[in-house]
Design a protein around this ligand. Structure first.
Ligand SMILES: [Zn+2]
Length: 255
């Protein structure tokens, strides 16, 4: 009997949430308009993927880290600019408060697989490896590994666009603990060592890295480096949104 009571009590919050959704109109996480998880206008802010590596410090032709060896730019695509409604929506999804955003945001990422037609892939016999950027252990335990969901969606899109075999793999981990993004200064000091790859990859395996947001590009650069060290060939990265440079508008997210 006690077990039944406890069981009902445990279910109560989810029941209340369900009732709440019936009583309270759903609001767009981007702009607050009623009745949509993400309204058409806000969803359109995550549009065609556009190259954005030159908007970052570490992914373009001008790497600003004098201590690091110069590497080739990492072709990086973003679907939008991390500001306004896009920022609201991404934060609401990551916080766990709006699981209904998973569908529109993962569908946007699945569409982004169109970038594979722009990539001149090196010869490889194995599947394309779609790799999520690492999330902290606390976020994983809380079931909020949204980058993993984005990678799954992108992988689905890649299979559809290319017809090639695809594997979504999750070998990357942050070296330092905590569930917070590394500070910009720390990332700049130790970019290459910030991420490790658990195990080796098939030699030359074609890798695409997926993340939710790119700011300086330090995390994506560390992911790419870790995958290269593990034997992979990183051909690009895709994110939902790029942080706009100070004073820049959405029109700046261009090749
Ligand atoms: Zn909206």
């Amino acid at each position: 009997m006690l077990g039944q009571v406890m069981h009902r009590s445990a279910r109560l919050p989810s029941v209340l949430r369900a009732v709440g959704r019936l009583v309270l109109p759903q609001q767009c996480a981007g702009c607050g308009r009623p009745d949509h998880a993400l309204c058409r206008r806000c969803a359109a802010l995550l549009g065609e993927p556009r190259r954005c590596e030159e908007l970052t410090l570490h992914l373009g032709t001008q790497d600003l880290l004098p201590a690091q060896p110069q590497r080739a730019p990492l072709p990086t695509w973003a679907l939008g600019v991390y500001a306004g409604p896009v920022r609201h929506a991404v934060l609401a999804w990551k916080s766990g408060g709006r699981p209904d955003l998973a569908r529109p945001l993962t569908e946007a990422m699945e569409r982004a697989a169109s970038v594979m037609t722009e990539i001149e892939r090196p010869t490889a016999t194995g599947p394309v490896l779609v790799v999520p950027a690492p999330s902290g252990a606390a976020r994983r335990r809380a079931g909020r590994f949204v980058v993993g969901e984005l990678a799954d969606a992108f992988g689905k899109g890649v299979a559809r666009v290319t017809g090639a075999p695809v594997a979504v793999v999750d070998p990357l981990r942050r070296r330092s603990g905590g569930d917070h993004l590394l500070g910009a200064a720390a990332r700049s000091r130790d970019r290459a060592g910030a991420v490790r790859c658990r195990g080796r990859l098939p030699r030359g395996a074609v890798c695409m890295v997926i993340d939710d947001v790119v700011t300086t590009g330090a995390t994506l650069a560390a992911c790419a480096e870790a995958l290269r060290v593990a034997g992979g060939s990183v051909v690009g990265a895709v994110v939902l949104a790029v942080t706009a440079p100070p004073g820049a508008g959405s029109s700046n997210c261009q090749p």
